[in-house]
Design a protein around this ligand. Sequence first.
Ligand SMILES: C[S@@+](CC[C@H](N)C(=O)[O-])C[C@H]1O[C@@H](n2cnc3c(N)ncnc32)[C@H](O)[C@@H]1O
Length: 201
Amino acid sequence: MIAAMLFSWLQGAGFYHDLHKQAVELLPPGNSKFWLDVGSGPGLVSRLAAQRGYQVMGIDSDAPSIQAAKLIAGSQGLSIDFRLGDAYHLPSETADVISAASLLAVLPDREKGLTSLWRAVRSGGSLLIIEPTDQMTTENAEKLIQQNDLPRKRIEGLRMWASARQGNIVTPAIFESLGTATAKFTPLLHGLVGGWVISKA
Ligand SMILES: C[S@@+](CC[C@H](N)C(=O)[O-])C[C@H]1O[C@@H](n2cnc3c(N)ncnc32)[C@H](O)[C@@H]1O
């Protein structure tokens, strides 16, 4: 319940919304292709993917988060299938796009989680990983806030995020465990966050 409330609040922050929108726009428009958002929380990436034309399912292991995701999407007139689900147990070759935003960092076994996500991507599809980088420090977050060019709504969420993630990020070396696939990196939020798109042949 607390996680659902916290992430509903954070997902309403201007900077958080904007960086995730930019990340979703790294993928082409959906034309009804299938997007699976794993660890959706209250569903921000799922909603952005639906607005980009994808048919979307969001899954999360936390029931209150799924409840919140259903409520928010419904209030915005978006038709998204939110269900309880586990990142470690995904059906193989199931979606054209799989996204995982701030999921790997909270998984006890990050490499196993990444392998499961990758296995679930259809051939010709893509995996989108969104995670803070090693630039996500309290000092850099404070500098960015003081520069004053980010939306102000719930900007204090950036301080909280940096303080939670500083020194505990997902290192990009993890993508090497996928073998030959190359991860294309795009800096988001002035490089404090990264978007990695990994395409499957
Ligand atoms: C840090 S939150 C991120 C939520 C959302 N993706 C975002 O970017 O705002 C991580 C989410 O992953 C979910 N989660 C953790 N372990 C999971 C697992 N094994 N399978 C599915 N979801 C999981 C949590 O319940 C939580 O909602």
